[in-house]
Write a protein that binds this ligand. Structure first.
Ligand code: UDX
Length: 438
């Protein structure tokens, strides 16, 4: 099939590469000429395991091409994926200007049937706006061309995006016409494993499904964080509680890990946008308000623990921080809890040296010279009063504790990701504080 993907960011690139991988003829559009130049040279502008190889392989086979020409892009694909950014506006609602601009371009240049698929995360009702924008452009050209509109939200996790796309646990399709549904079924046939993954519904329900999923997961995390804080007060162990409740299949083990609060490009933005949508319809989503409040507090949790130990004035104190990215296997720093932790430490007069396996480059863009950066985990520890852990990178799981102890001024670790066993840490002579653990 001939497919155009509008927007060569994270979602667009993964979608384009994976659709090319199964044999489609894919053209990716981006208005940023530098991004397209990088992609044409075989580089990728983001860090995502497996993506670079996949892009190169499919580009070499000429199944995946890149352009800055809107006209060429609209002409190419019978299926037009819209995968542009929807950054949060000042009031927390999703900013739809790029989505609407993409729609207008389609209306401006299309000369036959198009199936327009929205992959960007957009508020309920956006498909109608996209449809209206395309229709307006067609009317301005004096044309009456048929097109269909589909909502096909993405559920990719950063760091596992290729796997999520190639082996999805579900593919949500919101479509209003039989032709659109058939085309989408055909398009996704190669990604069905041994049973049906396609869940077909109406457009508005598909749009809401995306927000519902992320809001539910964010709620679980805030709930576990609050429960972990309570466990500390009660002298209970959240790790044992987690296993005890996760064994109930109605609850399940996934997304039950307390920590330093959720971050990233999706949860904070989507929870806030969903609240906003509800408010626009005269409804206050009480629960989601609390989810956000709990998360904001949790991002301060590690700093509060440091404060309890050293007092509010941290002048002259120096801290090592392991992990900057909002989660492992990504260099993404958007809404990363590490930023709140760093802010909190610096505001109290401390200095920080941070290490992250891949996110240092991104962190430098945001933090510049406010902190120091180390080339490896051990180098971050020199002369530090304590080690703080903000991201659960694999390489932090089993470090050389003797070396850590030798480097720190005192054997003190504040672990925001519960990587180690408190009892074992005590035996190693560490003062170890985790989240919700005894
Ligand atoms: C999320 C959704 O999982 C994905 O389906 C959607 O398409 C986009 O948003 P992502 O933001 O990449 O994906 O990361 P995810 O792995 O879901 O983690 C989100 C945040 O929650 C991270 O900050 C992570 O540390 C935190 N988290 C996750 C917890 O604190 N505890 C958990 O148990 C799980």
């Amino acid at each position: 099939m001939k497919i155009t993907v509008v927007g060569s960011g994270y979602v667009g690139l993964v979608t384009g590469a994976c659709l090319a991988e199964v044999g489609n003829d894919v053209l990716c559009l981006d208005l940023d000429p530098r991004k397209i130049a990088t992609l044409r040279e075989g580089g990728i502008p983001i860090y995502e395991p497996g993506l670079e190889d996949m892009v190169r392989r499919n580009a070499a086979a000429a199944r995946l091409r890149f352009t800055t020409s809107v006209e060429e892009a609209v002409e190419h694909g019978t299926i037009q994926f819209i995968a542009v950014g929807t950054p949060p506006g000042e009031d927390g609602s999703a900013d739809l200007q790029y989505v609407v601009a993409a729609a207008r371009n389609i209306g401006r240049y299309m000369d036959g049937y198009k199936l327009v698929v929205d992959k960007s995360t957009v508020p309920v009702g956006t498909a109608d706006r996209v449809r209206a924008a395309i229709a307006e452009e067609l009317t301005a050209r004096g044309l009456k061309l048929h097109f269909d509109m589909v909502s096909n939200p993405e559920f990719l996790k950063e760091g596992a995006a290729i796997e999520d796309f190639m082996r999805p646990d579900r593919i949500v399709i919101g479509a209003d016409s039989e032709q659109a549904r058939d085309t989408m079924r055909q398009l996704y046939r190669p990604f069905q494993r041994n049973h049906e993954r396609l869940i077909v519904m109406d457009v508005r329900s598909a749009e809401l499904t995306k927000y519902a999923a992320n809001a539910m997961l964010a709620t679980r995390i805030s709930f576990m964080n609050e429960l972990a804080n309570l466990a500390e007060l009660l002298d209970a162990d959240i790790e044992q509680v987690r296993q005890g409740i996760g064994a109930d299949p109605r609850i399940g083990y996934h997304f039950l890990y307390p920590g330093v609060g959720y971050g990233g490009s999706c949860f904070p933005k989507d929870v806030s946008a969903l609240r906003r949508t509800a408010a626009e319809h005269g409804m206050e989503m009480q629960l989601l308000g609390a989810v956000e409040q709990v998360n904001a507090l949790q991002k301060q949790r590690l700093v509060n623990k440091v404060e309890r130990h050293f007092g509010a004035d941290l002048c002259g104190r120096h801290f090592a921080l392991w992990g900057l990215a909002f989660k492992p296997n990504t260099d993404d720093m958007r809404e990363a809890p590490s930023l709140d932790i760093i802010d909190g430490l610096l505001a109290r007069g401390a200095t920080v040296t941070a290490y992250d396996p891949v996110a240092i480059h991104e962190a430098k863009k945001l933090l510049g010279e406010r902190i120091r950066y180390a080339a490896n985990p051990m180098a971050a520890l020199d002369g530090a009063d304590a080690l703080l852990i903000a991201t659960e990178w694999k390489e932090f799981r089993s470090p050389d504790f003797e070396a850590i102890r030798a480097k720190l001024r005192q054997p003190l670790i504040f672990d925001g990701r519960n990587l180690y066993e408190p009892a074992a840490m005590r035996e190693l002579g560490f003062d170890y504080e985790a989240i919700g653990r005894r």
